[in-house]
Design a protein around this ligand. Structure first.
Ligand code: GLU
Length: 324
């Protein structure tokens, strides 16, 4: 249990610069920041820019501006994942050398076709293991097929249980529900599931708070953590912000971005106030009056956060003066 400074929580903000940040991101980031700061912890920032086709430097710069505009800060330098991709790649290859991952030359189409073949219900979307035990090394797979392989993690059978601070235990049979999953892509990039685990460790992250959509990834990450001999962080998954119809906000032009709200002259304290209004009893002084993140820190208690979905509807848009 935390007893010295070295064991204070380390939370993190981990935007992907593949689109503009919206209100859903703002809410998760504010909660991640508060969770750590309220216990005297640190917050680190990581730019998840590994997707070479979708990540853009201008979106990374915009994400940093958005976070500052909201009033969030972070400790130390920003870690750009793309800048140490070789190291991440090395870790993936090490998993292969240890027999924990294997080269797979299947194309997307071949995987889809193999899954469509009669396999019975329940196996939908699960990689059937075509390349498991086929090649002794990456080099052999390349030589024998003339293709560039991806690396797939060899999922052990059995259930994996992860504990979520808000949702309790979450159990998944990864082998049956997900199957062997890629830790690198066929064009050589390290996949999110592995990169997140390696970089949380690199940055000393102890507390991971993120959107509920990532809960189902957590058992995969728990398996990788174990094989890498890393400790599990604490995990907390929070509801996504939806539109009035209950659809989750996406990085689409029509979903309100923080950049457009800022450009429209919105006082960020009003936005933080609205978000605070959705935190209910987690705040020492609940309410949606305009405030800065720093003003929400004292007495923040994640365990009291309301569990329900959060909708950003027209009335809210109007209240924030964002009704274009
Ligand atoms: N970069 C991811 C996102 O923006 C978050 C990944 C994580 O928190 O593990 O959705």
């Amino acid at each position: 249990m935390p007893s010295s400074d070295a064991q204070l929580p380390v939370g993190r903000l981990a935007p992907s610069p593949t689109g503009l940040l919206h209100l859903g991101h703002a809410r998760s980031f504010l909660l991640a920041w508060l969770w750590s700061r309220a216990r005297g912890g640190r917050v680190v920032l990581r730019m998840e820019d590994l997707d070479a086709t979708r990540a853009k430097p201008e979106l990374a710069a915009c994400a940093l501006r958005d976070l500052e505009w909201l009033g969030l800060d972070w400790d130390g330098e920003v870690l750009y994942q793309s800048r140490h991709h070789d190291e991440l790649r090395g870790a993936a290859e090490e998993l292969c050398e240890r027999g924990l991952a294997y080269p797979c030359v299947c194309t997307r189409r071949e995987v889809a076709e193999a899954i469509a073949a009669p396999h019975g219900p329940g196996s939908e979307g699960v990689y059937p293991g075509t390349c498991r035990d086929r090649y002794a090394s990456l080099a052999e797979a390349r030589r024998r097929t003339g293709r560039e392989p991806c690396l797939r993690y060899r999922v052990p059978s059995g259930e994996v249980t992860v504990r979520d601070e808000l949702l309790g235990d979450y159990v998944q049979d990864v082998a049956r529900e997900v199957g062997d999953f890629p830790v690198t892509s066929r064009d050589g990039q390290v996949a999110y599931q592995l990169a997140v685990v390696l970089d949380d460790e690199r940055q000393g992250v102890t507390d991971v708070l993120r959107g509920e959509d990532l809960l189902e990834s957590t058992p995969r990450q728990a398996l990788l953590l174990e094989d890498l001999w890393f400790e599990r962080p604490r995990w907390a998954h929070v509801p996504l912000v939806t539109d009035a119809k209950g659809r989750r906000l996406a990085k689409r032009a029509d979903d309100l971005s923080l950049a457009s709200l800022a450009a429209g002259g919105l006082d960020p304290r009003r936005l933080v106030g609205w978000l605070a209004g959705t935190f209910g009893a987690a705040l020492a002084e609940p309410g949606d009056a305009p405030r800065t993140p720093a003003e929400l820190v004292a007495g923040f208690d994640l365990a009291r956060l309301p569990r329900g979905p959060v909708a950003f509807d027209r009335a809210t848009r109007r209240a924030l003066g964002a009704d274009a």
